[in-house]
Design a protein around this ligand. Structure first.
Ligand code: DAH
Length: 339
């Protein structure tokens, strides 16, 4: 009996298993009802009474040893199996889901690209600004309504620290730090204290362009705008400039483009006018040039500013501004083909 116990123990110690099936075969051989250890248990009945104590203990030890040994072999085989799975080069790979670019990023890049071809370079400025760069230097009167708390998020009062309400502040940053000629395009996020709805948001995005040199004229502005509109919306696009007012430009204008939905005939989208408004622009007010240390007798320039959300809405008919910041993948995935 003792020999048999020792033999089984030796066999268990020597046993190896590569797969789960090998382990199962060992379990059946040693631990099942018809297995070798059960057979010993049956023989145990015939053991002389004076040996029962010692052999019983040895048998129990053997059973525990067999159970532990087989469990260990099972863990090793399973780990090896998982590793083999990882390396199974014949398996169909899991599909990799590509992300999509945000529609505002797509449109921003298109706008920048068009102006880059005209020689404009990118300039950036801080979103947290002071009153001088956002309002004062841009010729806003002290009591201009845009300075009101209703429109502007103030971080601190006197001296004022605020979130910029437009990217025109980057104009001033560049004009005070560089000498003309200046030809820059400034994309960026801006903030206004608006209740969030389909048509308004408390943050949105703008692109500003500024060109300062000797003898820059309104014709340069007009031609730049026409080029931009046709590159952005197609070669048959018409533009129209309506007189407007901005404190930092004189004269100022708003630009409309012919409605590409109805081809200018009039439809619900253009409110039956045939035109849709896309940006503000004008000749830089001499007061602004002087405030930034540029001689307004020697230099002139034009500026323009547009909302990226507005352009995106025109290109892709996104009706609700909130979609841009909700990160709903069903919305974002619609732009996969636009890359
Ligand atoms: N800053 C204006 C706004 O936020 C947009 C604008 C209008 C920018 C005319 C300009 C400009 O540079 O010339 O509504």
């Amino acid at each position: 009996m003792l020999d048999k116990i020792n033999n089984i123990r030796a066999a268990l110690e020597a046993a190896t298993a590569e797969t789960a099936a090998d382990v199962e075969a060992l379990r059946i051989r040693f631990l099942s009802k018809k297995g070798e250890i059960s057979a010993l248990m049956n023989d145990f009945r015939n053991v002389a009474a004076d040996q029962k104590r010692e052999l019983g203990q040895k048998l129990n030890e053997l059973k525990t040893f067999a159970t532990e040994r087989i469990n260990t072999l099972r863990e090793v085989a399973e780990a090896a199996g998982a590793k083999a799975d990882e390396l199974d080069l014949s398996r169909t790979p899991a599909p990799v889901r590509l992300g999509t670019r945000h529609p505002l990023s797509l449109v921003r890049e298109q706008i920048i690209d068009i102006f880059r071809r005209l020689g404009f370079t990118i300039a950036e400025g801080p979103e947290v600004e002071d009153d001088w760069h956002v309002f004062e230097s841009l010729n806003f009167a002290a009591d201009h309504p845009a300075r009101d708390m209703q429109d502007t998020f103030f971080i601190r009062r006197s001296p004022d620290v605020l979130l910029r309400t437009h990217t025109s502040s980057v104009q001033t940053r560049v004009m005070t730090s560089q000498k003309p000629p200046i030809r820059i395009i400034c994309p960026g996020r801006v903030y206004r204290n608006e209740a969030i709805s389909a048509r308004a948001h408390c943050f949105f995005h703008q692109v500003e362009a500024l060109y300062i040199d000797k003898n820059v004229t309104y014709s340069d502005l007009r031609q730049t705008l026409l080029y931009f509109a046709r590159e952005m919306f197609g070669p048959s696009t018409q533009i129209r400039l309506r007189p407007s007012y901005f404190p930092f430009t004189e004269p100022s204008a708003e630009m409309d483009i012919s409605c590409d939905l109805c081809g200018g005939k009039g439809c619900g989208f253009c409110k039956y006018t045939g035109w849709v408004e896309i940006l503000g622009c004008g000749m830089v007010d001499p007061n602004v040039l002087e405030a930034c240390g540029i001689d307004s007798k020697e230099y002139s320039g034009f500026a323009l500013g547009m909302g990226i959300e507005r352009i995106t809405n025109l290109k892709y008919r996104v009706k609700d501004l909130r979609l841009f910041s909700e990160n709903d993948v069903r919305f974002l995935e619609e732009f996969t083909a636009a890359h």
